[in-house]
Design a protein around this ligand. Structure first.
Ligand SMILES: Nc1ncnc2c1ncn2[C@@H]1O[C@H](COP(=O)(O)OP(=O)(O)O)[C@@H](O)[C@H]1O
Ligand SMILES: [Mg+2]
Length: 271
């Protein structure tokens, strides 16, 4: 006779999850069915990518996880951050645009979430400088956004997301607007940060190559309303580096993921 899982066993498996979505849908007020139903479980410390065509609901899914948008149905569970004072406290969000305040220094841009959270200016400045050092911008705290390249602005945006020491990092096509070399560098630096900090990362992209390079797991989404088309685990030697990017294993995974993604583009222009 197989025993039903005890409530403590269920509790234990839930505590290993950073995010759990069950039957989540989103219909916008204009009647657009943007998402779902979507079931997704993300383990603590996992690096996953959501991959899908433009308009399939990737940003909608991230906003729902972040608590910035309410689902139309279904349940969303996000593991609470130690010492969490308000929902969303344990989540850092990196948008496609760096969205920096042009009139404020790099340090003040990074300090903003702490300022909004009531952290003193002195402590906020120390923590902002630590976050800037972690993304390689220790020498640019006093610079202004206009003085920075696109890649550096994105690093500032990443530092601002990390400054509250969130458990979960949500990244919405953060490197899509950058040139390829800058993007590769940021990919490597992001992987190094993920290994060092042990955060859960949910990374949205429409690039097969980027998703395979970065992720432990790729969730391929269908065209709108976004559902899960495939869930592919990328198993390779760690830490990843340029040798992985040029390996046969990498090409094989890219082929597999592209094949899983192809039906999501059926009926759309292939350009
Ligand atoms: N605030 C909104 N109101 C109405 N429709 C929206 C809104 N935001 C997104 N949509 C629509 O929902 C669908 C999914 O959008 P989005 O989540 O931004 O997709 P993705 O990030 O995958 O490109 C798209 O068709 C988009 O036009
Ligand atoms: Mg989007």
């Amino acid at each position: 006779m197989s025993a039903a899982p005890t409530s403590s066993a269920v509790e234990a498996s839930l505590t290993a999850l950073a995010v759990s979505l069950r039957g989540v849908t989103k219909m916008y007020d204009n009647g657009v069915m943007a998402l779902g139903p979507l079931d997704l479980a993300v383990r603590k410390g996992e690096f996953i990518s959501l991959l899908g065509p433009s308009g399939c609901g990737k940003s909608t899914a991230l906003r729902i996880i972040a608590g910035l948008s309410a689902p139309s149905s279904g349940t969303v569970r996000v593991a609470r951050h130690e010492g969490e004072v308000q929902p969303g406290h344990g989540i850092g969000f990196v948008f496609q645009e760096p969205t920096l305040m042009p009139w404020a220094s790099v340090r003040e841009n990074v300090r903003l979430p702490l300022k909004l959270g009531g952290v003193s200016k002195a402590e906020g400045r120390v923590r902002a400088d630590e976050a800037l050092a972690s993304v390689g911008l220790a020498d640019f705290a006093d610079a202004y956004p206009r003085e920075l390249s696109g890649g550096m602005k994105m690093r500032v945006s990443l530092a601002r997301a990390l400054v509250t020491d969130p458990d979960i990092l949500l990244m919405d096509e953060p490197f899509a607007a950058l040139d390829e070399i800058t993007r590769f560098r940021l990919n490597n630096d992001l992987l190094a940060l993920w290994r060092a900090l042990g955060k859960t990362v949910i990374f949205v992209t429409h690039s097969v190559f980027e998703s395979v390079y970065l992720s432990q797991r790729i969730v391929v989404m269908t065209a709108r309303p976004g559902r899960i088309q495939a869930d592919i685990r990328i198993e390779t030697v760690e830490p990843r580096g340029e040798e992985f990017r040029t390996s046969a294993a990498y090409s094989d995974y890219c082929r597999r993921v592209s094949a899983a993604l192809a039906p999501s583009y059926s009926g759309q222009s292939t350009l």
